[in-house]
Design a protein around this ligand. Structure first.
Ligand code: LMR
Length: 398
């Protein structure tokens, strides 16, 4: 069968990790995939996760199937984190959550479900966006459209362009938004801008689909849900794909969730029935372990506080590395102004390095950056920052 079929290209992010693993250069640095690393260059299991796993080892009594939507305790934890404890959305029962295999799984389940009922709709995606977004929604059969987001000249949000694009979104279309820590740019909307977008969604009758993979990496767990709250207050239908890969470090446990918010509890029950029908024909029911870890931590005040502390440490280390990179490049006499990197949020910086330099860094310095110039700041450490700054300074002179 495969004789006449061309091989598919490597994935632009995960394929880079494979290439990095095969690189024999001892000084290699991976600034590609969005995985947190500590200052020793490791991606450790969080301490709160280790403790929760010990508890589970003792207490877990079955490996029988979970319900299609996942463990209800996990669903409650997801909702409390998304909307805040005691929120109106949770209290009124107008949110339906299923445990999905990671943020990607949540996006795809959402896409499949939407496709059933909004077959003619377009999915609007920011320029730029996470490399996998287009693939996920086109694989579900959607036609895609782009909306303006990032201004390459000012390295910041082009809100007028975003608003102008959103004015063209048809009723019933879907707009994919990054709830915080925009991937790849690290450039977010401010509070007033989020309120405006929520207003536009309500007036335009389109469906916001929030990708919320980095809660806690922007300003903090509570601060980062601002966008989610604006759509809740608008009383409209919207979708949230969330993930515990980054903020709990549960990357390989595929622990995410898809939450649909509806204007009423009655509608939410209908949404849940279709969520379950959609999940059943894709993966039947979710893997348990990651969800059990999350609910064990979030339902124990001491473990929860420990988690929040560990998450703060991750966020602060990334902020420190932003400064170290900007200051390190300036100290090497690089005349291009990189200070915008300090204003970006989350794990990534859209560095402004073009694909020629990205390629040069990979081939000559074994420094791996995603095409388009996205740098994972968490890949920088006190041990490799000088090497990376030297290499970028050299590459910019070419
Ligand atoms: C990333 O953007 O690097 C991460 O979300 C990992 C992935 O699946 O691409």
């Amino acid at each position: 069968m495969w004789k006449k079929i061309e091989a598919a290209p490597a994935d632009s992010i995960l394929g880079l990790t494979e290439a990095f693993k095969n690189d024999t250069n001892p000084g290699k640095v991976n600034l590609g995939v969005g995985v947190y690393k500590d200052d020793a260059g490791n991606t450790p299991v969080l301490k709160c996760v280790k403790t929760a796993e010990k508890v589970l080892l003792e207490k877990e009594s079955t490996k029988s199937y979970l319900p299609i939507s996942g463990d209800p305790a996990y669903g409650r934890c997801v909702q409390d984190l998304l909307f805040g404890e005691g929120s109106e959305v949770v209290g009124s029962g107008r949110a339906a959550t299923v445990h999905a295999p990671g943020g990607t799984g949540a996006l795809r389940v959402g896409a499949e479900l939407l496709k059933k009922f909004t077959a003619g709709a377009k999915v609007w995606i920011s320029t730029p966006t996470w490399a996998n977004h287009k693939g996920i929604f086109s694989a579900a059969g959607f036609e895609l459209a782009d909306y303006g987001y990032y201004d390459k000249n000012t390295m910041s949000l082009d809100f007028p362009a975003m608003v102008a694009s959103l004015e063209n979104v048809g009723a019933g279309d879907i707009v994919l938004l990054h709830a915080c820590c925009h991937n790849p740019s690290g450039v977010d909307l401010n509070e007033e801008q989020w309120r405006k977008v929520a207003e536009m969604a309500k007036e335009g009758g389109w469906i916001p689909f929030l990708d919320f993979a980095y809660q806690g990496f922007g300003a903090g767990v509570d601060e980062d849900r601002y966008s989610v709250e604006q759509f809740a207050a608008a009383g409209i239908d919207y979708y949230i794909a969330s993930s515990f890969s980054k903020n709990f470090g549960l990357y390989n446990e595929r622990t995410g969730a898809l939450t649909i918010v509806s204007p009423s509890k009655e509608e939410s029950l209908v949404a849940m029935s279709h969520l379950k029908a959609t999940v059943r024909v894709i993966y039947s029911n979710p893997p348990a372990h990651g969800g059990l870890v999350v609910s064990t931590i979030l339902s124990d005040e001491q473990l929860k506080q420990q988690w929040l502390g560990e998450l703060d440490d991750m966020r602060k280390r990334i902020v420190d590395m932003r400064s170290a990179l900007v200051d390190g490049l300036a100290a090497r006499g690089v005349d291009r102004d990189f200070s915008f990197i300090k204003d970006q949020r989350g794990m990534f910086s859209f560095s402004g390095l073009n694909d020629d330099i990205v390629q040069w860094l990979k081939e000559n310095k074994a420094i791996y950056v995603v095409g388009g110039g996205r740098i994972n700041l968490a890949g920088l450490t006190t041990a490799n920052i000088d090497y990376v700054c030297d290499s970028i300074a050299e590459g910019l002179k070419k």
